[in-house]
Design a protein around this ligand. Structure first.
Ligand SMILES: Cc1ncc(COP(=O)(O)O)c(C=O)c1O
Length: 445
């Protein structure tokens, strides 16, 4: 018996010895990156917007304010999960039909259909349904990228140019360039007047070669907060038709411009009515549903009908499959649950309006506080702009000073994410803006 116990102990010690040797030899054999190809990988530049968040987190000042990122914050400066989204999640949790199975390549057809109705209009979809080739995507960025890949593959020779506004959302350039498009800019904003540069825009689009693609922000232009009026959209629509320009709408803020997602769909629906064949739409539910990290979007292409729709859809699926196989389902199920319930949908409209109104009130208060701080500049562009941002006209140096001297974090183009302002910090921000602009011109660079 004792001999058996001794033998067992010896075997155990032997196993432990072998294990410790093996793990020691693993660490000894770990490759040194300097001797591998990784040694030649250059350090990539940090993302200009997302890196601000890291610097904000690292800043020890109790006064610090983050007005850089385009994400809604409530009146206490906290992220807000829409109550209708929470209600939908509760319903989903108890529903026997919600699973964690793979969805097909093009996504959840019920979600896609509801998303399209949200953008193109409920009634309009009776006619458009059979013409829209659409896939569920990874939010707005994913839909722009799939759209860019599609355009790069199927645009005729010499027609791979895409015109994006100057200025525009910082990622547009990279998304389309990486997709293989030839990215060009058109004038959009006049820094001298702090208003839309309609003449510049028309001139640049008139000079664009036939068959080029034009990217428009469907509403609440980022970063300028300036949208064309209905009359100006008509001019742009006529011009695109006359010049044979293909139209791509980026619809990332539906509901944030006016607080009413139906009114915000005006430009898209008008262009569809005007018969812009091949029109493309990238849709995101990040901002208007507060589903930033859920990555919910769609890409749709307006085709001539059944047969063309089938061909286009088949190609969109061929782009998606080797990229990420199929989209995630949690966020799209939330949107589907909200939009398919009369009660939750009504609640949603109210909550979207609530976000938009809080942001709008920050515009007015910011301008009031700037005046109270003693600023004599004309800040009226801030209150006439719409959407999530104020494009202040502050120069890069002024923005740097706001960060280094006042711990206010924003992008260097002078864009203020109004959702980052609250009643508690707005006076501090206004005084700081006055301090860095006093006696200096405030036209954007
Ligand atoms: C104009 C515009 N398009 C698209 C996006 C993409 O957003 P997401 O990929 O989070 O839906 C953004 C995000 O800020 C944006 O401002």
């Amino acid at each position: 018996m004792i001999a058996m116990q001794l033998l067992n102990t010896t075997i155990l010690q032997l196993i432990l010895l072998i294990l410790s040797r093996t793990s020691a030899s693993f660490s000894m054999k770990a490759p040194s990156s300097t001797s591998s190809y990784l040694a030649d990988v250059p350090l990539g530049a940090p993302d200009p917007i997302l890196s601000i968040i890291d610097r904000f987190k690292a800043c020890p000042s109790p006064d610090k304010v983050n007005i850089s990122i385009g994400a809604y914050r409530d009146e206490n400066g906290k992220p807000w999960i829409l109550p209708c989204v929470r209600a939908a999640e509760r319903l989903m949790l108890d529903s026997p039909t919600e699973t964690k199975e793979y969805i097909n390549i093009a996504g959840d057809p019920s979600y896609v259909n509801l998303a399209l109705k949200f953008a193109y209009g409920e009634k309009e979809m009776d006619v458009l349904g059979a013409k829209l080739a659409a896939v569920q995507t990874l939010s707005g960025t994913g839909s722009l990228r799939i759209g860019g890949e599609f355009l790069a593959r199927f645009s005729k020779a010499g027609q791979k140019s895409i015109y994006i506004p100057n200025p525009t959302w910082g990622n547009h350039m990279a998304v389309f360039a990486e997709a293989g498009m030839d990215v060009k800019r058109y004038r959009y904003y006049n820094p001298k007047t702090n208003r839309l540069d309609m003449d510049g825009m028309v001139e640049d689009l008139r000079n664009a070669p036939e068959g080029s693609v034009v990217l428009f922000h469907a509403c609440a232009h980022n970063p300028t907060g300036c949208d064309p009026t209905h009359d100006e959209w008509k001019i742009l629509s006529d011009l695109c038709k006359e010049k044979g320009l293909r139209v791509f709408f980026d619809n990332a803020y539906q509901g944030f411009a006016s607080g009413d997602s139906e009114a915000d769909a005006y430009a898209l629906r008008f262009f569809v009515e005007e018969g812009h064949g091949g029109l493309m739409l990238a849709q995101s539910f990040a901002k208007n549903f507060g589903l930033y990290g859920e990555r919910v979007g769609t890409l749709s292409v307006l085709t001539g009908g059944d047969e063309e729709r089938e061909r286009v859809l088949s190609q969109l699926k061929l782009i998606v499959r080797p990229m990420y196989s199929s989209p995630p389902i949690h966020g799209s199920s939330i949107v589907r649950t909200v939009l398919s319930s009369e009660e939750l949908r009504k609640q949603y409209y109210g909550e979207c309006k609530q976000m938009s109104m809080r942001i709008n009130s920050m515009r007015t208060i910011l301008v009031e506080k700037l005046k109270e701080a003693g600023s004599t500049h004309d800040w009226s562009h801030i209150t006439s702009q719409i959407g999530m941002f104020a494009y202040t006209g502050l120069s890069g140096d002024m923005c740097d000073k706001l960060t280094s001297e006042h711990f206010i974090f924003l992008t260097r183009n002078g864009r203020v994410s109004l959702a980052g302002l609250t009643e508690a910090n707005i006076e501090y921000v206004a005084k700081a803006i006055h301090a860095v602009t006093d006696g200096k011109s405030i036209t954007a660079e």
